[in-house]
Design a binder for this molecule. Structure first.
Ligand SMILES: *Cc1c(COP(=O)(O)O)cnc(C)c1O
Length: 383
């Protein structure tokens, strides 16, 4: 391999998480595997084939580009649902291909019908309702017009779903706002059903909402972050594990490990500065290892003088400034480190663990953000 750093993905961990999430589903609710953001940074291509091995047959993504990537990686014929952006050209592609998509604008509805008529294939749509997040979704005032239009063009619209999204179910501080959203969704849904619109799938929950509001699973749950082994927030984890009387015991397993290797070793004398500038001065004679990964690969500059890595199962601290392609770590307290030894930037070695959470606290990014910022061009290896 020519690369200085790589990402390892664990099939066992992914299968474990999917099976755990399936067990949480109420009634006949189905699991949709959210693979947006390059599968939360893990890589759509490897993750889709891994998820299919674990029995996943429904993927949700943000754009047509991602939907294409799911198809390219898939060996089965999964349902693919686009929750966000589609250009007009992509609407045509989606209808031809049988891709399902959220509709939250009247213009999009008209466009979909226009193209469906031309292709003589009904568009598979999910009506997204605005219930209080104020992101995308039809306003309640628009619903009579939507009903009329859908009924008039019934032959060209397959009403697959009706859905909404909650504004921060992972935090109890949003509780009242979410209660209002739940009530609004049920009310608008009832209205649509009274107008004789029938939906195959009603859905509202992401990971956090699925755990906090199990009464809202309906027919489909859109699980994202938890598939990859992370809780949407510490709060949701503590709530779950204390309810189960297994406080702190995590049923999820991290899928990703991020690795590199020791490129060079050096002895530095007491009083000398390390790397650019003067942010780190050796307070004793020390030995350092240079690792060929830096902010150019998503290893944040905020980890300068604070990041931790594992070498031979032991922790070593980043010293000096994170460079574009390189970091220095203090290996003074480690036994013999050799050039070529594996370095773990995220993941476990023995009983030691560098978690994305600790990493993202240091670098001031959320799990979600840190993961999705992992560059696409770092090779992904399935283990
Ligand atoms: C991202 C997203 C999800 C998944 O969220 P997680 O918190 O990762 O489970 C579900 N639904 C919509 C509409 C989303 O945008």
């Amino acid at each position: 391999m020519f690369n200085s750093t790589y990402i390892e993905l664990s099939q066992t961990a992914l299968a474990n998480n999917i099976s755990f999430l399936r067990k949480q589903l109420k009634g006949n609710a189905r699991l949709s595997f959210v693979a947006k953001g390059n599968a939360y940074g893990h890589g759509i291509k490897p993750i889709v084939s891994m998820a299919e091995k674990a029995g996943v047959d429904h993927f949700s993504v943000y754009s047509a580009e991602e939907a294409e990537q799911v198809y390219a990686a898939s060996k089965a014929h999964p349902t693919v649902l686009v929750m966000g952006y589609l250009s007009d050209a992509a609407v045509e592609w989606a209808i031809e291909k049988g891709v399902e998509f959220f509709v939250f604008e009247f213009k999009r509805l008209e466009k979909a019908v226009q193209i469906a008529k031309r292709l003589n294939i009904p568009a598979k749509i999910h009506l997204e309702l605005e219930t209080g997040m104020n992101r995308t979704g039809f306003q309640v005032e628009e619903l009579p017009q939507v009903v009329e239009f859908v009924k008039k063009n019934a032959g060209y619209i397959e009403l697959v779903g009706c859905c909404t999204h909650f504004a921060g179910a992972e935090s109890i501080s949003n509780y009242l706002r979410i209660q209002k959203q739940k009530r609004a969704f049920k009310k608008y849904l009832k209205y649509l059903q009274q107008q004789d619109l029938q939906f195959e799938q009603i859905h509202a929950c992401c990971s956090a909402a699925a755990f906090r509001y199990p009464d809202m699973h309906f027919d489909l749950v859109r699980f994202g972050i938890m598939n990859y082994g992370y809780w949407p927030s510490e709060e949701i984890f503590i709530e779950y594990s204390s309810k189960k009387k297994k406080l702190g015991q995590d049923p999820l397993k991290r899928v990703i490990s991020w690795k590199s290797s020791v490129m060079s070793l050096k002895k530095v004398e007491k009083g000398d500065f390390i790397g650019y500038g003067t942010s780190y001065q050796a307070s004793e004679n020390i030995e350092i290892a240079l690792v060929p990964v830096g902010y150019g690969y998503g290893y944040s500059r905020n980890l300068s003088n604070t990041g931790r890595v594992l070498i031979n199962g032991k922790r070593a601290g980043v010293i000096g400034i994170v460079n574009m392609n390189c970091i220095a770590v203090n290996i003074n307290n480690l036994e013999t480190v050799k050039i070529g030894d594996e370095v773990t930037l995220i993941g476990g070695e023995g009983d030691q663990q560098i978690s994305v959470a600790s990493f993202s606290k240091f670098s001031d990014q959320l799990n979600y953000e840190l993961l999705t910022r992992l560059p696409h061009n770092i090779p992904r290896l399935i283990k």
